[in-house]
Design a protein around this ligand. Structure first.
Ligand code: 3UK
Length: 540
């Protein structure tokens, strides 16, 4: 452990005991970072020193273009406001609340550069959820988009951050911009240690109280030097577009860290519904796209409506990518989607494959720098072909902020993600299900996602979620919630066709005995089907 720059030692004090950390491995030379490391310097200031000041760093939704020099000057002014006016000291936690905008990116890097700890909130979070995060992470400062301030105004008195500034007002100059105009545009980066905490990322909390995952300055580089460098392989001329909010680390990597790592540009959008995304792709012509499988399916259904020909590499994560979606995208575009499993605890993607290495239907192989295996209940490594629990380790790993669930996620030095997988002889990992999404029916184990994948191969199915519905005789029966493509409507006949289709493509006992039709599936802001809601519906 290096000498910390944190004067406020809260984050360090609340790391789990060392004995409960996963083993961190640094097998690649590029993962050996200097002891003193401020990631904001690496992602922004380094480019100015290397003469890239005028290169575009960010493009905003309105087409606003910021060079690396523009970004640096915004970041420095915000640093001066945070430190000079709001008394931020290294180690303080700062809540960031905004959709993906250039100002949000500047605020993010300003907190990092000043040695603070970022806690970013999904734009849709309400006062109750914000209040939990603010209390749990003991947040002292908040920078909030003017348009999202309502939920901050109704926070209970005891969970209001001591200092708050709004920015990016549409009508009048907001507080932060007004203060920025009065301070210098130079700021010396806080001399942080590579293992100073710089980010507390809260999990989406679909299965309980959200957990705060702690990440170091070096972790922000490590995800670039593993997945991005070895699998994605972008260049400085790429334009990245990600649909996820920066508060979801999938979005942080895809929209900001990966482009900045190679001196490329990130396009950030406030509105990222599939039609918005398609319009932005046609307008700004990004070469790399990061979004969830569901978005690829929606885009496939409307492919004729926008010109997507600028895309060269498309990354899918957040949920399993069914082979049917991968194949349909390939047929329509000639491009294979790059699937990758990542997680908030690991910061980003740790199993993936790109280009000719892709085996459609498999997630991929352990990303260089990571090791992965499939283990049984006791942590013993299982032979290839046997379904078990996914275990992974690498340069990043799970360190929850003061949380007993640390001992569940990390066992014997490995991170257990809660997913079931098989590994084949060639080291490819094939997704089974979230361990809680296994359906036990008449004693058979049925993976919901496998039935979903089969249903998705049918032309009538746009989206589906498969769960167990309680059943007196069988314990549970397989129930599918199906969203139909335009042009199809629910009927007993269609249900029978879909059931036959599943029986013909996977083991017949897995077919959905019950099918219900929905207009949309319940999803999290991170694009995941909320199967617990479907389970509630099935139980009710
Ligand atoms: C599931 C996948 C199958 C899986 C994430 C990329 O999703 C991210 O983080 P979360 O903490 O969720 C993690 C869980 O989501 N999952 C994600 N990707 C895949 N399942 N195939 C996939 N390709 O259950 C995992 O345990 O929200 C993804 C980068 C950063 C992220 N935070």
């Amino acid at each position: 452990m290096q000498h910390s720059a944190h004067q406020d030692s809260f984050a360090r004090d609340n790391l789990p005991p060392r004995s409960q950390w996963p083993e961190m491995i640094f097998t690649l030379p590029e993962l050996h970072y200097p002891e003193r490391l401020n990631c904001a310097d690496h992602f922004i200031d380094r480019h100015l020193r290397q003469g890239l000041s005028d290169v575009t760093a960010i493009i905003g939704p309105d087409g606003a273009t910021w060079s690396y020099a523009d970004l640096a000057s915004h970041v420095n002014r915000i640093c001066n406001v945070l430190v000079g006016r709001l008394g931020l000291v290294p180690g303080n936690r700062v809540l960031l609340r905004a959709a993906n905008t250039p100002m949000m990116v500047a605020c993010y890097f300003a907190v990092l550069k000043a040695g603070g700890v970022v806690v970013a909130s999904m734009p849709l979070l309400r006062a109750k959820e914000l209040s939990f995060m603010i209390t749990k992470a003991q947040i002292s400062h908040a920078l909030c988009d003017q348009r999202l301030v309502a939920e901050m105004d109704i926070l209970p008195q005891d969970s209001r951050p001591a200092h708050r500034l709004t920015f990016h007002s549409l009508s009048e100059p907001a507080e932060l911009e007004a203060s920025m105009a009065e301070v210098p545009d130079v700021f010396t980066a806080c001399d942080t240690a590579q293992d100073d905490v710089c980010l507390i990322g809260f999990t989406s909390g679909t299965t309980g109280v959200p957990k705060g995952t702690m990440h170091f300055h070096r972790d922000m580089l490590a995800i670039c030097d593993t997945f991005s460098r070895h699998v994605l392989k972008p260049t400085a001329t790429d334009l990245f577009l990600g649909s996820a909010p920066l508060a979801f680390t999938f979005g942080l990597g895809g929209s900001v860290l990966f482009p900045f790592h190679v001196g490329a540009a990130g396009l950030v959008l406030e509105r990222t519904s599939p039609p918005d995304l398609m319009a932005a792709i046609a307008q700004f012509r990004p070469s790399i796209l990061f979004t969830a499988p569901t978005t690829y399916r929606f885009m496939l259904a409307r492919l004729g409506e926008a010109d997507l020909s600028s895309l060269c590499k498309c990354v899918s994560a957040g949920e399993a990518l069914p082979k049917a979606t991968s194949d349909a995208w390939f047929e329509a575009t000639g491009m294979r989607l790059i699937d990758g499993i990542g997680g908030t605890e690991m910061l980003h993607i740790f199993i993936s494959a790109a280009g000719d290495d892709i085996r459609p239907g498999a997630t991929g192989r352990a990303v260089p720098g990571f090791e992965a295996k499939v283990v049984d209940e006791d942590g013993n490594t299982l032979p290839s072909g046997v379904l078990g629990r996914l275990a992974v380790r690498g340069p990043t790993g799970c360190r929850y902020l003061a949380d007993d669930r640390q001992a569940k996620f990390v066992q014997g030095g490995w991170n257990l993600t809660g997913d079931t997988y098989t590994m084949d002889e060639d080291g490819y990992f094939w997704y089974g299900a979230r361990s809680d999404d296994m359906i036990v029916s008449s004693g058979y184990n049925i993976a919901g996602p496998e039935v979903e994948a089969a249903l998705l191969q049918h032309e009538a199915v746009l989206e589906c979620g498969v769960v167990g519905a309680p059943d007196a005789e069988r314990g549970h029966v397989v129930r599918a919630y199906v969203v139909l493509r335009p042009g199809f409507s629910p009927s007993a006949e269609l249900t029978a066709y879909l059931q036959k289709h599943v029986r013909d493509s996977v083991a017949p006992y897995k077919y959905p005995r019950q099918i219900e039709y929905l207009q949309i599936l319940p999803r999290t802001e991170t694009g995941k089907v909320q199967r617990f809601k479907l389970r509630e519906m099935a139980a009710g």
